[in-house]
Design a binder for this molecule. Sequence first.
Ligand SMILES: Nc1ncnc2c1ncn2[C@@H]1O[C@H](COP(=O)(O)OP(=O)(O)OP(=O)(O)O)[C@@H](O)[C@H]1O
Length: 250
Amino acid sequence: MIKVNDLSFAYEKEKVLKNINFELEKGESLAIIGSSGCGKTTLLYLLAGLEKSTRGKILINSQPLTEIRAKSGVILQDYGLFPWKSVYHNLALGLKIRGINKNKIKTKVNFVLKKLKIFKFKDKYPAELSGGQKQRVAVGRSLILEPDLLLMDEPFSALDALTREEMQNLILKIHQQEDLTFVLVTHDIREAAFLGKKIAVIKAGKIVKILENPYFGEKNLREKQEFFNLQKKLRHLMGLKSGDEIRDEK
Ligand SMILES: Nc1ncnc2c1ncn2[C@@H]1O[C@H](COP(=O)(O)OP(=O)(O)OP(=O)(O)O)[C@@H](O)[C@H]1O
């Protein structure tokens, strides 16, 4: 589905991504993790066709990516909702632009609203919703266009821990039910370990390791020892110190 070959990118002179290589099969998920400023968002923008690489290439379904793809859904951290439109019309807009008739739009929007459990908010405006509800609307707005690839940049970072877990469960469920391929950028180790079938660790613009997560999608994963072990591995790869080491330094 995605093939990235020797990709590099610079904003003006500063090289932000260096020789990035990875592949992602259809129906797989990739979590991209790294500390602030390492280049995660830039990589997602390149995958979305919002920025163009300085060197190397991206193939999606064997086609070189040269512009924004209609079949790629993108969800950003700030929800990207239209504040002057109701929940219903935020979801309907993409279909309307594509010239779909009103009845079909109504059926589809209502179906997605129910699936994401936000039907009762359909006449509300984004400002009247909680963070989690807004993020459900943002997910709905992408899914309604039936993307074959969903690209998400820190989509749940503004949410409290419980709502964040609920949203992670929701994405996993949609992935499992619809074989959705997705890429998620995050700085949260737990989130990467939960939502990545593959987990790419980035440091200063380079992929230091791509881990396979054999436990991805398992029931009650968050309570399993393997989940903690994987997080420990990720912490090491990211060069994070344990609390003890910090105490020893004093
Ligand atoms: N529009 C821009 N012009 C110039 N430099 C930029 C621009 N956007 C990002 N950068 C720089 O590129 C580097 C990577 O930024 P990027 O946003 O991809 O990192 P990130 O890993 O997503 O960080 P964070 O987790 O803080 O969002 C940073 O050093 C940043 O300052």
